[in-house]
Design a protein around this ligand. Structure first.
Ligand SMILES: [Zn+2]
Length: 456
């Protein structure tokens, strides 16, 4: 009997054995590292800083959960990582969660930049979603889990059949957000949603960004399909990578849905089942932190428009003109209103395209910004902050960096970071988020390690 399952593993073991640098590292792991960094081979030096995290696993070198890839296999790994033709950040995110080698981040960046398919289909970044979706109480209320089906028609029954298939496989989602395509406005769809106990909501007709995350995922899927067709690559491999790529420092869709990473066609370090499960509470916490951070930064530049009352006379934007209408149902969907215009027709518009009629005061009003707006004050931060902490961002290489000191940001842990870590100070910032801090010589906090701590 021939087993092919470990081909990639075996191949990596051989390449590791033939890699002089990794052999030296292996040797140090077995026999101990020298006392001084300067005495070691310059090519081994990058491993010195992470030596506590290195160990041997089934003939391979590992840095924590990441496989250390020998030089001769790095190009091949880069091509596997980029099979979904995602951008630099996304490809890096996948790389960082699975592999390590010195200079990997830069190589990923260069690889993506040089990809001809990506260059051909590059598009401008669309805006991030503005209104965050709330986290549900259990998995799968609103997970942006990408599924792709080929439909032979846009008939409702076709779409319903595929939705049933998805719900039967993953369980029924609480909320179903769709666009306004014909199948989603049909009576059949309404009956289906009722029968399957799903709340069906559609985005506001003139403001599809209210479905931000979904619109973005669809854009990504569309461009992935096109790129895969062009490069004759397997769309299902690309889909698998998409589902297993972290986004916005949140776990991947697969982890959100299943609570653990899926096995990929990439060589990966496997973990026992009971250790691979990721705590839902910590995912939720992280999601909420991300959202409050996002909202905070958004609200610093944007202002919420006040709600409109039922019966209120408003002006509706039609192209560049504003014409009067009356609110007949406020906030049917977040920031969306039903209106009746002077001819008696019913319209649905986003709050952006509406303004109270009484604020039209003079000729200068024509193209001025909408009416007085109230500023949403960010909640004061609940976490205590010291002098050397401020909001952090993640660099492409996954390192957290300190931006200039600004106002505090609610629900977000402020951390200062640099290069080496050791478990000098440990503090529990919030459930599921453990920080390890190191004091450098001058006493400032230098680097943290964030890890999901297992609960139970
Ligand atoms: Zn590409």
């Amino acid at each position: 009997m021939v087993s092919y399952s470990n081909n990639r593993h075996q191949d990596l073991v051989e390449a590791t054995n033939n890699d002089p640098v990794l052999q030296e590292v292996k040797n140090y792991i077995e026999n101990g590292w020298p006392i001084h960094k300067k005495t070691i081979n310059p090519l081994v030096k990058p491993f010195w800083d992470i030596k506590e995290e290195l160990f041997e696993w089934e003939g391979l070198l590992c840095r924590g959960v990441k496989l250390v890839i020998p030089e001769k296999r790095r190009n091949h790994i880069l091509s596997l990582l980029h099979k979904a033709h995602r951008g630099i950040n996304s490809t890096l995110s996948l790389a960082r969660s699975t592999f390590y080698w010195p200079g990997m981040c830069q190589e990923v960046e260069e690889f993506v930049k040089k990809c001809q398919i990506c260059q051909k289909y590059s598009r401008n970044n669309t805006k991030e979603p503005l209104k965050p979706h709330e986290t549900g109480n259990y998995p799968f209320p609103k997970i942006g889990y990408p599924e792709v089906f080929e439909l032979r028609s846009t008939k409702a029954e076709m779409a319903i059949e595929k939705l049933k298939e998805v719900f039967a496989r993953f369980g029924v989602s609480e909320i179903m957000m769709t666009d306004n395509g014909p199948p989603f406005q049909s009576t059949e769809m309404m009956e289906f949603a009722k029968e399957w106990n799903v709340t069906h909501t559609t985005s506001s007709p003139r403001f599809p960004q209210s479905n931000g995350m979904i619109e973005r995922t669809i854009q990504t899927l569309k461009s992935t399909i096109i790129k895969c067709q062009q490069s004759k690559q397997d769309i299902y491999q690309a889909l698998l990578l998409l589902r297993n790529t972290e986004h916005n420092s949140l776990p991947s869709p697969a982890v959100m849905l299943y609570g653990r990473k899926q096995r990929l066609f990439l060589p990966m370090k496997t973990t026992p089942m009971n250790e691979s499960r990721i705590c839902e509470d910590s995912i939720r916490k992280q999601h909420e932190d991300n959202q409050s951070r996002m909202k905070f930064y958004f609200n610093r530049h944007a202002r919420d428009l006040p709600s409109l009352e039922n019966g209120q006379t408003v002006l509706v934007r039609k192209e560049k003109q504003w014409s009067p209408a009356k609110v007949i149902a406020p906030e049917v969907h977040p920031r969306s209103y039903l209106l009746e215009d002077t001819k008696g027709s019913v319209l649905r518009r986003n709050r952006r395209d509406l303004r109270p009629a009484d604020t039209l005061s003079g000729p200068t009003e024509k193209e001025s910004p909408p009416e007085k707006q109230e500023q949403l004050d960010p909640q004061p931060s609940t976490s205590s902050q010291s002098e050397e902490t401020s909001a952090t961002t993640r660099t492409r290489c996954g390192r957290l960096v300190k931006p200039p000191v600004r106002d505090s940001c609610p629900g977000y842990v402020d951390i200062v970071v640099s290069n080496t870590w050791s478990p000098d100070i440990t503090s529990l910032v919030n459930p599921g988020l453990k920080m390890t801090l190191k004091n450098s010589k001058d006493g400032t906090v230098k680097r943290i390690k964030l890890s999901m701590s297992k609960i139970h």
